[in-house]
Write a new protein. Structure first.
Length: 439
């Protein structure tokens, strides 16, 4: 879109390069979104990133769907903006104080958003996850209010191609536009040319060589494979069967691995989870992640091994060594307690994984989404005219170093009322792509 080329692998006369506004609250822009845009060949001069709303006192507030008038002001001042991406839509509904499952309340936000898109001749694309109830129709699996399906003019689902490993499919399951219903479209992922990849990594000079190597394996571009003949509901049903089979295979492998790992006695719970995930080919959380992000992921994996494998398959238990000691996975015939050396070694391993947070096993691990607000520097504020209706500060561009990110706005768009964006460098993220079940 930003290069003025046909998209989705389709053949049509494109209208020329357009601008795109990204509104996201899950992935870090600096090390996740922007490098992937570069890998895809996007023109970053035409990509803008929205992160907040600046009030009359210059305070920055998180953007929500309550600020549609400010969003419309921005679109009016940037008529070349043809696409607004909101990812995920539920994050901005929740910020507005609306409960996800209250139909009337959700409609009170989504219908004005649809009207805004119509007035500004702009496509608004929102993403949302499906629930796990495979017995329901696809439309019913969109979690929360039915307004998420009823209000949009078109809905698509993304899922793995059950007949072609490594390929994904985008399939429509609602189409209320005055145009022929489009087919499902498949694509695969491919690495960008070596020179392009090298240039992207060179711009990430705040990353060490190990992190750059990890990022290099994640920077892919879409290779469109054309139309495929499959219904969206059939796609999800077939994909669910394949996933269940794969999950069962993984559980069987995990059971055998843990049985063998515990053959000589109790082993620390976090040690088991880390080594077990490695044996299954799962990526363990990156040590560079901040503790508040790393901790819930680690404890979530411990919970999976404990509940799914240790208890259900091996009839074992997780037990704490002493009053404040580490947790161990053990089988019913194991002697207890473990030796002092084993407790010390396990505690050190736990601390290394969860530091600086006290290492404890999460029986009820809760993952909290945190909306971050990033404020521009005083020098930038002083330079901004108070009466500006819409003011572009800095548009999305190549990643900067972490030191630069700490002193000025890196990727910003400011709207008076005033949505402001200031993106700070984040640790590398492996979850930058649409996953199965995203719509």
């Amino acid at each position: 879109l930003t290069r003025g080329r046909p998209t989705l692998g389709l053949s049509y006369e494109p209208p020329g390069p357009v601008e795109v506004l990204l509104v996201g609250c899950e992935d870090g822009y600096q090390d996740t979104v922007i490098p992937r845009l570069l890998a895809a060949g996007a023109d970053l001069d035409r990509v803008h990133i929205l992160d907040g709303v600046k009030d009359e006192q210059e305070n920055v507030r998180p953007f929500s769907l309550l600020y549609l008038s400010e969003l419309e002001n921005y679109l009016a001042a940037h008529p070349a903006t043809a696409l607004v991406v909101i990812d995920p839509i539920t994050g901005y509904v929740g910020r507005a104080g609306v409960k996800d499952h209250h139909d009337a309340e959700v409609r009170s936000l989504l219908e004005p958003l649809a009207e805004l898109a119509n007035r500004r001749a702009t496509t608004v694309m929102c993403t949302k996850h499906l629930n796990k109830d495979e017995a329901k129709t696809l439309a019913s699996r969109v979690g929360g209010s039915v307004a998420y399906v009823n209000v949009p003019r078109a809905c698509f689902v993304v899922a793995d191609d059950p007949e072609n490993e490594g390929r994904r499919i985008l399939a429509p399951f609602k189409w209320n536009l005055n145009a022929p219903r489009p087919p499902a479209i498949a694509w695969t992922m491919e690495l960008p040319p070596p020179d392009d990849l090298a240039a992207i990594l060179a711009a990430c000079d705040h990353l060490n060589e190990k992190d750059k190597a990890k990022l290099a394996g994640q920077l892919n571009r879409l290779a469109w494979a054309g139309a495929v003949d499959i219904d969206a509901d059939d796609l999800l049903r077939t994909a669910a069967k394949v996933e269940r089979k794969q999950t069962q295979n993984e559980i069987d492998r995990a059971t055998e691995w843990l049985r063998e790992r515990l053959a000589n006695g109790p082993v620390g719970s976090i040690v088991c989870a880390r080594e077990g995930d490695t044996s299954l080919g799962r990526r363990w959380p990156d040590p560079g992640l901040p503790a508040e992000k790393r901790r819930p992921i680690v404890l979530g994996r411990v919970k999976w091994w404990r509940e799914t494998i240790l208890k259900k398959r091996l009839e074992g238990e997780s037990r704490r060594a002493g009053y404040n000691g580490p947790y161990f996975f053990r089988l019913s015939h194991h002697a207890w307690p473990p030796g002092a050396d084993a407790v010390t070694t396990t505690q050190q391993a736990d601390d290394a994984e969860l530091s600086p947070v006290e290492a404890v096993e999460a029986v009820e691990a809760t993952v909290r989404d945190q909306a971050s607000t990033m404020v521009s520097t005083n020098a930038e504020r002083a330079s901004r005219p108070d009466n500006a209706l819409v003011e572009a500060v800095v548009e999305a561009r190549q990643p900067r170093s972490r030191s630069m990110a700490s002193t000025d706005s890196t990727d910003s768009t400011v709207i008076k009322g005033n949505p402001v964006v200031s993106v700070e460098a984040q640790p590398p993220c492996v979850d930058g792509e649409l996953e199965e079940g995203d719509i």
